[in-house]
Design a protein around this ligand. Structure first.
Ligand SMILES: NC(=O)c1ccc[n+]([C@@H]2O[C@H](COP(=O)([O-])OP(=O)(O)OC[C@H]3O[C@@H](n4cnc5c(N)ncnc54)[C@H](O)[C@@H]3O)[C@@H](O)[C@H]2O)c1
Length: 436
């Protein structure tokens, strides 16, 4: 390839991976998220779960609300963040927050297996909730959370921020308006998880309440790799990257089909590597096939190496993201980039009568805006639940190793007692849905 040709190709690629001008102009015209006009206009909020994501969420939410309390069952995490927010109250037990009338909203950035119990307690306590993704640990949890949110009429935003990202909204709007022709197939590529071990137990670090951390999950000896951050690679606490990243990209797969309150009809999955005995237990590399009642097929697969950084890009440079393939072309979207089989699929503006999707330009801002307006958020409870369900279905199919039939209306497997036994997990006492 000569230099001129190389530069031309590189320029064409760059042009194809940025947002088209007509859409950028349109985005400019969207109203910015309203900013608080005075301290009285800032709802007070508490952060439950002061780990990596919780810290980020606290910064993000402080643009719109007043952080008044921090809660974590690890005193080290709590004291670390208290240094940054010296005036705020600290708590070990989230249940105490629910009794306080001066707390309006809860941000739940705990490990996945605590999301629903904390969120239900908060909703019942009259709080609005921003809960990190994946919204749930099980499909049963999701059904119950949706019900409680409806009953209590509180606001809930799921922390799947790709719903407030311009690239993903454009991809879904184009697909929903037939830009790729008849949608035939969706490919979601997720980063491979970790495949490491075996691990050995060690003394529980001072300040960490390990029993409380385990909550509803089976009691086991403390193992460092089970706890902060790497909990996501254990089936007990999560579904591996299938739920961790699937909560983002599979959510887009549903949005692009208009099935965000629905689901697939069949699921078949397999792990691609065996897990190491005594090591992480959630499949690190996998391949799942879904079909939908609309005839669309959907592959959800991991990248295929053991990249210790979480496999965001594998050896072949294969990136995580979502590809919508139709009769007239394809659109690929990931964070910060959108590409299409033909540039016109992106550059041609949508007609004025096109179907348009929920516009949110700031995911946390959308939550605070909805606290005021009492409108549904960009990732309201059913959306968060169904996206997580799609991932849980993939995890269940992978673990069962056979094709499963799913009824998305009843949210049950069809005539399959064994598979239906995987919709909920037994909760370790004393934890249950009435944690408060
Ligand atoms: N939206 C995103 O892009 C994004 C990115 C990263 C993480 N996340 C999500 O955020 C959540 C937290 O992830 P992380 O990487 O910060 O994990 P982490 O392990 O670093 O932090 C979780 C914190 O929650 C605390 N905790 C656990 N149970 C608790 C309870 N019952 N009450 C109070 N505190 C409790 C832990 O002690 C820990 O400090 C996960 O669900 C993850 O999926 C979302």
């Amino acid at each position: 390839m000569n230099r001129r040709h190389f530069l031309k190709t590189a320029a064409a690629l760059a042009a194809a991976s940025t947002l088209p001008k007509w859409y950028l102009d349109e985005c400019e015209s969207h109203a910015a998220t309203p900013q608080p006009v005075s301290p009285n206009d800032q709802p007070s909020f508490a952060l439950v779960g002061c780990g990596g994501m919780g810290r980020g969420d606290a910064v993000s939410a402080s643009r719109f609300g007043r952080l008044v309390a921090l809660c974590d069952l690890d005193a080290n995490r709590l004291s670390g963040l208290k240094e940054k927010y010296p005036g705020v109250a600290t708590f070990k037990d989230f249940r105490e927050l629910m009794e306080r009338d001066d707390i309006h909203a809860i941000i739940c950035a705990t490990v996945d297996h605590w999301h629903v119990l904390v969120s239900i307690a908060a909703l019942r306590g009259g709080k609005d909730v921003y809960c990190e993704k994946p919204l749930t640990l099980t499909i049963d949890e999701g059904k119950r959370l949706v019900k409680v949110a409806r009953e209590t009429k509180r606001i809930l935003q799921t922390g799947s921020q790709q719903r407030s990202d311009r690239n993903f909204r454009l991809a879904c709007e184009l697909v929903r308006n037939g830009r790729v022709g008849k949608l035939k197939h969706i490919d979601t590529v997720l980063p491979a998880g970790l495949r490491e071990g075996p691990f050995s137990p060690s003394p529980v670090p001072e300040g960490l309440d390990w029993d409380f951390w385990m909550g509803q999950t089976p009691r086991v000896d403390y193992v460092k790799q089970r706890c902060h951050f790497s909990f996501r690679y254990w089936y007990d606490y999560s579904g591996g990257t299938m739920t961790d990243w699937g909560a983002h990209h599979n959510d887009i797969a549903l949005w692009g089909q208009g099935l965000e309150r629905n689901g697939p009809t069949t699921i078949e999955g397999k792990p691609l590597v065996e897990m190491i005995p005594g090591g992480y237990t959630a499949a690190s590399q996998y391949h799942v096939e879904y079909t939908y009642a609309n005839g669309v097929t959907h592959t959800c697969r991991s990248t295929v190496d053991d990249n210790p950084s979480g496999g965001v890009i594998n050896k072949e440079g294969q990136h995580h993201g979502v590809k919508f393939e139709g009769s007239d072309g394809w659109i690929w979207v990931t964070r910060g980039s959108i590409r299409a089989s033909q540039p016109e699929l992106l550059t041609e503006p949508l007609p004025s009568n096109a179907l348009r999707l929920y516009v949110s330009t700031d995911h946390m801002g959308n939550f605070f805006e909805c606290i005021r307006s009492r409108k549904q958020t960009a990732a309201e409870p059913e959306i968060g639940h169904r996206s997580a369900s799609l991932c849980h279905l993939g995890v269940i199919a992978t673990r069962l190793g056979r094709k499963l039939q799913w009824d998305p209306a009843k949210e049950e497997f069809v005539n399959d007692k064994e598979a239906n036994g995987w919709l909920a997990r037994e909760m370790r006492k004393p934890w249950n849905y009435d944690a408060v």
